[in-house]
Ligand binder design. Structure first.
Ligand code: ATP
Ligand code: MG
Length: 405
């Protein structure tokens, strides 16, 4: 069946009363942004439904992209036909036959927008039901739990039929949940945490610390590429690269080895908090999960969190690594995350970091470095890139990446 339109029914957001209008507007904007590459496709976000008019565009790639947009519970690929009972009958029968196997049940659900259409909803349901019963051997009706459901919409400009219901990404439209920053490394966890933040409607700006020459161009390219994969769920994302070499070298020189990691993390958090505030964002997300590595004990989180009163949000906090990996595979970030480019933390990680750093000692050792100066210079060296959904950031090193992927 060649579909002509995809119809989106609003999910969770339909319960949100007064915010409903904003949600619909935002969802329309996000869908448009994600489908921007298809020049013929037209998106109409209406009060009760969102319509994606395919205008001859192949339905499959559009549906794949649509599956990633948060705020969509289900969608229904539909076919537009002439608004006559004959045409409706023919197409409905064809749709049923495509899915029918002996023993299967069906149901017709009609909505009528065109009040001048010659039959009303119940009549259409009955006429179509009878027609299908007459023409498909062994089929029966089940209105509660049908195997096949044919949805008919009689609108002003034609009749629309659909027989497939496709599961969307759920969640809330990105942008309806405020704005925050995300500390993005090149690892497995922070991309998954980003996905989970966006799923609840939060628009995120990525903050990535890099340490040339200790970290390579590829490591930076990988973080951008991860962002471009994640942007498929939200539309464009701003990527903020913060140079961290001077901070790390200074800490390495001045701070006792057991506290290298804690002080590095405190500096990262401070810088991230400052950037977050300057951008009028209201929280910092990261990919920490309890017990994963040395820096992810409660004591360590307390020692690191000490530097800011900004909310630090950790969507993965109580998840098992296996479950995190499963999501990262589902959202297409896993293969990139496991590419072997060192990020700035691994390089300066001491052999035996303190798993239970002491807060007072952390504060004391930090006095050995020029916190304000280091912060200022890191922030003044930051660069911002607008990353678009699916854009390629690894081309410069295409051959190397091709070998590794
Ligand atoms: P990930 O898989 O996200 O790298 P991880 O298990 O390797 O996490 P850590 O290296 O301890 O754990 O990092 C914990 C969190 O700190 C990361 O999830 C990320 O949010 C943040 N972080 C680590 N390195 C960087 C970096 N280079 N730039 C920005 N944020 C970072
Ligand atoms: Mg990491």
């Amino acid at each position: 069946m060649k579909y002509t339109e995809i119809m989106v029914r609003y999910g969770e957001l339909s319960t949100k009363g007064k915010n409903r209008k904003d949600f619909i507007k935002q969802l329309g904007k996000n869908v448009r942004s994600v489908l921007a590459g298809y020049s013929d496709v037209v998106v109409k976000a209406q009060r009760d439904r969102l319509h994606v008019d395919l205008n001859g565009q192949d339905d499959q790639p559009v549906m794949n992209d649509l599956k990633r947009v948060f705020g969509i519970e289900n969608f229904y690929p539909s076919i537009k036909i002439e608004k006559t009972m004959d045409a409706i009958k023919t197409t409905a029968l064809q749709m049923v036959k495509e899915q029918f196997e002996p023993g299967k049940t069906f149901k017709i659900s009609t909505r009528r927008q065109d009040k001048d259409f010659e039959y009303h909803t119940d009549q259409i349901n009955n006429m179509l039901g009878d027609y299908i019963l007459e023409n498909v051997d062994g089929i029966t009706v089940d209105v509660k739990n049908p195997d096949i459901e044919i949805r008919v919409e009689v609108r002003m400009n034609g009749a629309y039929l659909s027989s497939e219901k496709i599961k969307g990404a759920g969640g809330l439209p990105v942008g309806t949940g405020g704005r925050a920053t995300m500390m993005l490394s090149g690892g497995i966890d922070s991309p998954v945490a980003s996905y989970m933040a966006m799923k609840r409607g939060v628009k995120i700006d990525m903050i990535h610390f890099y340490s040339p020459p200790y970290t390579s161009e590829q490591a930076l390219g990988k973080a951008k590429q991860l962002t471009s994969v994640l942007a498929k769920y939200s539309g464009g994302i701003q990527f903020i690269a913060v140079p961290f070499t001077e901070v790390q070298e200074t800490i390495k020189e001045k701070v006792p080895e057991g506290y290298l990691m804690t002080i590095q993390r405190r500096m990262m958090m401070r810088i991230a908090a400052e950037i977050t505030k300057n951008r009028h964002c209201t929280g910092i997300f990261n990919g920490e999960a309890l017990g994963q590595v040395a820096s992810q004990t409660l004591e360590s989180m307390m020692a690191i969190n000490d530097v800011t009163s900004m909310p630090v949000l950790r969507p993965l906090i109580s998840m098992d690594k296996t479950d995190i990996i499963e999501i990262s595979k589902d959202i297409d970030t896993f293969d990139l995350s496991v590419l072997p480019f060192e990020d700035c933390c691994t390089i300066f990680t001491p052999p035996a970091p303190k798993t239970r750093p002491d807060l007072e000692k952390s504060r004391k050792f930090e006095q050995y470095i020029d916190v304000d100066g280091l912060m200022e210079r890191a922030i003044s060296g930051m660069t911002i890139t607008d990353i678009k959904p699916g854009e390629d950031y690894m081309n410069a090193n295409a051959e190397i990446f091709a070998e590794l992927l």
